[in-house]
Design a protein around this ligand. Structure first.
Ligand SMILES: NC(=O)c1ccc[n+]([C@@H]2O[C@H](COP(=O)([O-])OP(=O)(O)OC[C@H]3O[C@@H](n4cnc5c(N)ncnc54)[C@H](O)[C@@H]3O)[C@@H](O)[C@H]2O)c1
Length: 330
């Protein structure tokens, strides 16, 4: 099989997970890694045996056929549109964009483009999450009635110039982290939410960095989403999910989805990064397979946009103190 020529834009935290997964995917040539900060492009490129470059244009010049967009969320739209217009297959990290207008630009660009456009909603590819969806879809829980997910962590301290902790840039944990839950629960439910109500509190990570949202889905099911950047660092990255139907209950719960921990005798607990070994590997393989066959997209942009719409509705509810109908979010 001719190797698929791939590039990555962004060489930060999540780019590393993409790079590791591409390396482990057969018939992929990870050609180059682009970052506006040369030292970051250089460090990641050296680790994975790729060429460091300074931006998307340099990737295009090297003839890449597919690209992962792993840059701050407000930059996704310009990069995705440029890559799609150049005929590339695009894997765009979640959230699809910071604003609905930007998400719509991406969807519009993909409509006439030859490449596959996929949004990196990695939860769908985590083995437990994927299996639970199969159980629900095949009637294993009867009629689905209640879905809840909590993903809580400490403040993300790694981002370039602290963009994640800047609410205007990232949207805080409601837009950046709970987006996983909004996408996943709608995918499992098989229906979109019609109404959302949310409240938030300040934590050490800043205003509105702990939030709770309740949702009503189109099929009458209800959902609850908890998100936080205010938990102590030693707490890890906790994920708890519960799905209830007329025929049963399914739940799972763990620390460390992106923070493996190691305790040595007499030493402190330290973390090691296990990103790239579970959901990311399956996500990248699904993207590469879709790029080879020309689609369909494993996670369509329209679904990424619906998850963003839900998160924006929750944000509005926090501001107004009122429930928000999804129809109000244009
Ligand atoms: N799927 C997940 O679980 C997950 C986890 C973390 C982050 N993310 C998402 O991934 C994206 C990146 O987040 P991160 O945590 O890796 O951020 P980061 O700050 O660690 O990395 C982003 C990198 O992009 C570079 N950059 C910015 N603009 C650029 C441009 N125009 N061209 C090239 N490089 C550019 C920055 O210099 C930085 O190195 C965000 O959208 C975030 O929401 C997803």
């Amino acid at each position: 099989m001719t190797p698929l020529r791939v590039g990555i834009v962004g060489a930060g935290y999540i780019a590393r997970a993409h790079a590791i997964a591409y390396l482990a995917t057969p018939a992929v040539d990870l050609v180059a890694i682009a970052d506006t900060v040369p030292a970051k492009a250089g460090a990641l490129a050296e680790t994975v045996g790729a060429e460091p470059v300074d931006g998307l244009a340099a990737l295009l010049a090297r003839g890449v056929q597919a690209v992962s967009i792993c840059t701050p969320s407000p930059t996704h739209a310009d990069l995705a549109v440029e890559a799609l217009e150049a005929g590339l297959h695009v894997l765009c990290e979640k959230p699809i964009a910071r604003s609905l207008a930007d998400a719509e630009r991406i969807v519009a660009a993909s409509a006439g483009a030859p490449g596959v456009l996929m949004v990196g909603h990695v939860s769908r590819f985590e083995p437990d999450h994927a299996r639970a969806r199969e159980v629900v879809a095949t009637g294993g829980l009867g009629e689905i009635r209640m879905l809840s997910q909590s993903i809580v962590s400490s403040a993300p301290t790694w981002s370039e110039q602290g963009w994640l902790l800047d609410h205007g840039a990232s949207g805080g944990p409601l837009i950046d982290l709970a987006i996983h839950s909004f996408d996943y629960l709608a995918w499992v439910c098989g229906h979109q939410p019609v109404r959302v109500q949310a409240i938030a509190a300040a934590t050490v990570a800043g205003p509105d960095t702990y939030a709770l949202a309740t949702l009503r889905y189109a099929n009458g099911a209800i959902g609850a989403v908890e998100t936080s950047w205010g938990h102590p660092p030693a707490y890890g990255f906790h994920v708890a999910t519960e799905l209830n139907g007329s025929g049963g209950r399914l739940w799972w719960d763990y620390d460390g989805i992106s923070a493996g921990r190691m305790a040595t005798t007499g030493g402190e607990i330290t973390r090691f990064d296990v990103l790239g070994q579970r959901g990311f590997q399956a996500e990248i393989e699904a993207f590469v397979a879709a790029a080879r066959t020309g689609g369909p997209s494993p996670v369509p942009a329209t679904e990424g946009m619906l998850a963003l719409r839900t998160a924006l509705a929750a944000e509005r509810s926090i501001r107004t103190g009122q429930p928000v109908s999804l129809a109000e979010i244009e």
